[in-house]
Design a protein around this ligand. Sequence first.
Ligand code: SAM
Ligand code: DTB
Ligand code: SF4
Length: 325
Amino acid sequence: MTPHTEARPLSREEVAAVFRRPLLDLVLEAAAVHRRHHDPAEIQCSSLLSVKTGACPEDCAYCPQSARYDTGLQTEPLMALDDVRAAAHNARANGADRFCMGAAWREVRDGPDFERVLEMVREVKGLGLETCVTLGMLEPRHARRLREAGLDFYNHNLDSSPEFYDRIITTRTYEDRLRTLRVVRDAGIRVCCGGILGMGESEEDRIGLLHELARQDPQPESVPINALVAVPGTPLGELEPLPWDEMVRVVAVARLLMPAAKVRLSAGRTAMTEEGQTLCFLAGANSIFLGDKLLTTPNPGPDRDAAMLRKIGLRPSRSERSPGR
Ligand code: SAM
Ligand code: DTB
Ligand code: SF4
């Protein structure tokens, strides 16, 4: 029986009961749910670009872009429109159908930088790609303007459970995150919202994250599951890599709780084997980031990924465009 019922989101205890089932039972059931809701031969491919890098005032303990940690990262001001257009072109040539632009901002502010980001959205949309941005906190007027510029998705992660949140970030609250998510939703923009594993959180925290993600109403259309990329110089820079089974378990539970969402195997794929990734795809992951780089850290790159996808028999979807947009 599928644990998610359309009528009622699962309680945290119910999510915990699902989470603690034997891994192979979870994978088997998640694969069945996945096949009922999605074409199992398709994988959605997004490409990332950091349009403003580093010098961020926030203190997210995992993040190489926080100004508080010395990670040797080269900071970059907001990119020029032409360079963004060229990167989007390249991403499309490599098979991406969605282009996601990230800025190391705490929040959006009115002014020339935001106007330029709106231009970027229009340009990328004009190339026939789906558009996504992640810019930190938003006010309704910003969300409205992004929507008018043609924005399809806004990425804003919950990262972990409400209880663990202030262990990794002190400069904003979980409630701030939820508020921005509501602002995005109210503006009619689709939501991309997920978390990070391997930050020293407990099993209970992973259950809490999955519960919070799944009880949003409506549920996020896109759910990135990131494994921490441990960057030296950040407070989490020395943590051990995430064991493969923990990624598979969270992907499977995400698929069971959010049957219609795209579940994205996001950061951390360079540290995974192809076998580990394949098990995640079986358990319902149906989206990845393509390209040599995530925002600031490495990603497998288009050639390696093309070879892996060919081996598994997964084909990048270019069919996500919604009519009239
Ligand atoms: N500044 C904006 C914000 O925090 O919402 C947007 C950019 S921020 C880099 C986007 C997301 O990247 C974060 O919410 C976090 O989930 C993820 N992220 C950042 N550093 C990471 C790391 N080292 N490993 C895994 N995911 C990471
Ligand atoms: C998400 O959940 N993962 C992406 C995207 N949303 C913006 C970011 C991953 C960043 C990994 C660390 C880096 O490359 O800087
Ligand atoms: Fe800034 Fe976003 Fe990194 Fe946090 S995750 S330090 S808000 S760029």
